[in-house]
Design a protein around this ligand. Structure first.
Ligand SMILES: Cc1cc2nc3c(=O)[nH]c(=O)nc-3n(C[C@H](O)[C@H](O)[C@H](O)COP(=O)(O)OP(=O)(O)OC[C@H]3O[C@@H](n4cnc5c(N)ncnc54)[C@H](O)[C@@H]3O)c2cc1C
Ligand SMILES: NC(=O)c1ccc[n+]([C@@H]2O[C@H](COP(=O)([O-])OP(=O)(O)OC[C@H]3O[C@@H](n4cnc5c(N)ncnc54)[C@H](OP(=O)(O)O)[C@@H]3O)[C@@H](O)[C@H]2O)c1
Length: 434
């Protein structure tokens, strides 16, 4: 058996570590030059979509690998580490578990195809040299926040139009009139950052969102919410919504539309500064966009304003460019995978980290990796009714969310962790390098 892992981001390194733990022969490919994936900030356009000022939105307590906790990494980290601290954490994980010798950097996986005997033919390119290798199993960890999803409006905008994936620093937007589109975490972060230097920053929302502060009652909000984790789903989210409403008041106080969905109806937007900036006259709320005309934007409330730059923070497309589209395509619509990981037909294909939790990705990616490694080793058996279970993930999602493209792979963090742990033995934590 020989296993191929695509990607050495937070998901790829834990996949690699756990496959090695099972004594498997593994090769990991990454086109970057170090581990860390999205958390390797770069001033230039790259795989990473983080900004100069990005800090994680889930607290360190709920954002660590069990095999290598933040306390084992470094004392004194803040509640919400920066992208640089996280990158160092991932690199320390890779060093601690001797993962580097198994990773081929600067290597792009171009295509993955199954041959007649159901082996994977993986074609890579490194320094212009193409190579094809055969593997018995494939673990996909290529990330899902790197391919911009661009909005389409009638008319032409003659100013600069860009996506948040290209946004790195606020400085280039000094003295400009900026319009940010979106109500997710990128939009709110970008609006706050540009407002520090711009002539004027506006933010356009196509619906209302409840903005969750990073701290409630002096504690990280996810730590507070996790105290309700044992409650039935409806009640626990009712209490979360109530706490946030009491803390920040109604959106009308800020000139923002009230959400028409429950707090869990969209991926949570966690931001400590947006509401503050609005009430300090630094960020101006706008309604949805109707059309463009030159450097003017016509909004759905009838107002018209001129802008120099529009930054569309409209999310990312789930993309696997190394698969033929007629083989597998999750860029639109349903993603019917059991445990967000297993395909009903291809037993030697695994996805790790391809879910959107209300919380952090890599603690659950770590557990998925342990299950995948045990499955490959023959220590865990695929359920016989896997097709039915895959379908059930689509028909019975953890949360009832609005039907927009970003909501096809959502999981409730605590529920998903609990679900995954049911497939693992009690002693699943393994802290020592082999
Ligand atoms: C601005 C921003 C902030 C975020 N903040 C948070 C947060 O606070 N908490 C959170 O949990 N998540 C956050 N995320 C989501 C983020 O995607 C995850 O934190 C995490 O990076 C996912 O890890 P991953 O390994 O699955 O993917 P990635 O980090 O994207 O890593 C994928 C790796 O695969 C490699 N790769 C991809 N395709 C190929 C190929 N064809 N060949 C070879 N190598 C390839 C890439 O080089 C990369 O190293 C944020 C995302 C963004 C955009
Ligand atoms: N750590 C951090 O500080 C941080 C910072 C940024 C991002 N992130 C993470 O990165 C991931 C991506 O976040 P993101 O904010 O980039 O994307 P996102 O969560 O997909 O949000 C996209 C936003 O754009 C809106 N939108 C999409 N298409 C639109 C259109 N055509 N017209 C108008 N609005 C449109 C969406 O509206 P709907 O609500 O209608 O879908 C949503 O409000 C998330 O996991 C997020 O948590 C974290």
């Amino acid at each position: 058996m020989k296993v191929c892992v695509i990607g050495a981001g937070p998901s790829g390194i834990t996949a690699l570590k756990n496959l090695i733990d099972q004594g498997l022969d593994v090769v990991c490919y990454d086109f970057n030059t170090d581990v860390g994936g999205n958390w390797i900030y770069n001033e230039n356009l790259s795989h990473s979509s983080v900004f100069e000022t990005t800090h994680i939105i889930s607290s360190k307590t709920l954002s660590q690998y069990e095999d290598f906790t933040f306390d084992e990494f470094e004392a004194g980290l803040p509640d919400y580490p920066s992208h640089y601290q996280l990158r160092r954490y991932f690199q320390a994980y890779a060093a601690k578990f001797n993962l580097y010798p198994h990773i081929q950097f600067s290597t792009l996986v171009q295509s993955c195809e199954l041959d007649k005997s159901a082996q994977w033919l993986i074609k890579t390119i490194q320094d212009g040299k193409e190579t094809t290798e055969t593997f018995s199993h494939l673990v996909v960890c290529n990330g899902h926040h790197w391919k911009p999803r661009l909005p389409n409006y009638p008319g032409n905008f003659t100013g600069k139009f860009m996506h948040s994936h290209e946004f790195k620093q606020a400085k280039p937007f000094e003295d400009q009139r900026i319009l940010v589109i979106g109500g997710g975490n990128s939009a709110c972060d970008v609006a706050v950052e540009t407002s520090r230097v711009s002539r004027k920053t506006s933010i356009s929302w196509r619906r209302g969102y409840r903005i969750v502060p990073k701290f409630l009652f002096g504690k990280p909000s996810d730590v507070v919410a996790s105290r309700f984790a044992f409650l039935p789903t409806g009640l626990k989210f009712f209490l979360s919504e109530l706490s946030v409403k009491i803390f920040s008041g109604s959106n009308n106080n800020y000139g923002l539309p009230e959400p028409e969905h429950a707090i869990t109806g969209t991926h949570p937007t966690i931001n400590e500064e947006l509401l503050y900036k609005i009430r300090h006259g630094k960020v101006f709320p706008k309604s949805d966009i109707e059309r463009f005309e030159g450097n003017q934007v016509h909004f759905s409330d009838g107002s018209v304003e001129e802008f120099d730059t529009i930054i569309a923070c409209t999310g990312y497309i789930l993309e696997h460019p190394f698969f033929r589209k007629d083989f597998l395509n999750y860029s639109e619509g349903e993603v019917p995978l059991y445990l967000k990981m297993l395909h009903e037909t291809y037993e030697n294909l695994f996805f790790v980290g391809m879910f959107q939790p209300l919380g952090c990705i890599w603690p659950a990616a770590e557990l998925q990796s342990k299950i995948a490694a045990r499955a490959i080793k023959g220590l865990w058996k695929r359920p016989h009714n896997i097709a039915e279970l895959c379908r059930r993930e689509v028909t019975h999602p953890h949360l009832n969310q609005i039907k927009t493209p970003r909501h096809t792979i959502t999981v409730d963090f605590h529920l998903f962790i609990k679900q995954l742990k049911k497939h693992l033995p009690k002693n699943y934590v393994s802290k020592s390098p082999l």
